[in-house]
Write a protein that binds this ligand. Structure first.
Ligand code: FES
Ligand code: FES
Length: 215
């Protein structure tokens, strides 16, 4: 069936199988492999993307249900100049990225929260991320990274002056891979917050589906 949607700022039309999951459509048809398929049951959050600025588990949505919607994936978060978004940068700077398997979904869940609520409390951050599992970090650094992008609850002026970390305007589609030779933890982290990295071993270790080993 024919659908039309906006993916990372670009409106496109597609003929989709009505049985295809949105996660499969994004990864296999669009080639945007930042969002991961972990459980495919709505339990891990690795497949999280934004649909009309709200975080959703793309494994629980069919592709045709995205007709007329705006989809943003981790590849769509980078700035027009190709730099990390402030939220992606915060994940790197706070050490909130280890293996990186959960990272794209975690960042998109946080992005959805901050678009809906620019000044969340710690409790609201934890609630928003409750559906995203991380086996590595213990969550403290992830919460700290998200909190760094939100003004203190009592401050109302910071919200107005925060340097556009979550623009509603569309952004360009990216490749989501770190460059060859990126060997330092920081550079690996930068690649992973863009959705890149090799996860065959991680997926096998976690017992998750790995439809495309290495992505
Ligand atoms: S793959 Fe979608 S929630 Fe786990
Ligand atoms: S960094 Fe979260 S699962 Fe590894």
């Amino acid at each position: 069936m024919n659908i039309q949607l906006t993916i990372n700022g670009v409106m496109r039309g597609f003929d989709v199988d009505p049985r295809q999951r949105l996660s499969e459509f994004i990864r296999e048809t669009l080639g945007l492999t930042g969002a991961k398929e972990g459980c495919r049951e709505g339990e891990c959050g690795a497949c999280t993307v934004l649909v009309d600025d709200s975080a959703v588990n793309s494994c629980l949505m069919l592709a045709f249900q995205a007709d007329g919607r705006r989809i943003v994936t981790i590849e769509g978060l980078k700035t027009p100049g190709g730099d990390l978004s402030p939220l992606q940068r915060a994940f790197v700077d706070h050490g909130a990225v280890q293996c990186g398997y959960c990272t794209p979904g975690m960042i998109m869940a946080a992005e959805g929260l901050l678009r809906q609520n620019p000044a969340p409390s710690d409790a609201e951050i934890r609630h928003a991320l409750a559906g995203n599992l991380c086996r590595c970090t213990g969550f403290q650094t992830i919460v700290a990274a998200v909190r760094s992008q939100a003004p203190a609850p009592e401050s109302t002026t910071l919200a107005a002056t925060r340097p556009a970390p979550h623009p509603a305007s569309p952004r360009a589609r990216g490749e989501g891979k770190s460059g060859a030779g990126d060997s330092s933890p920081r550079l690996r982290g930068e690649g992973r917050v863009r959705g890149g990295g090799s996860f065959r071993a991680v997926a096998e270790k976690l017992g998750r589906h790995s439809r495309e080993p290495g992505e």
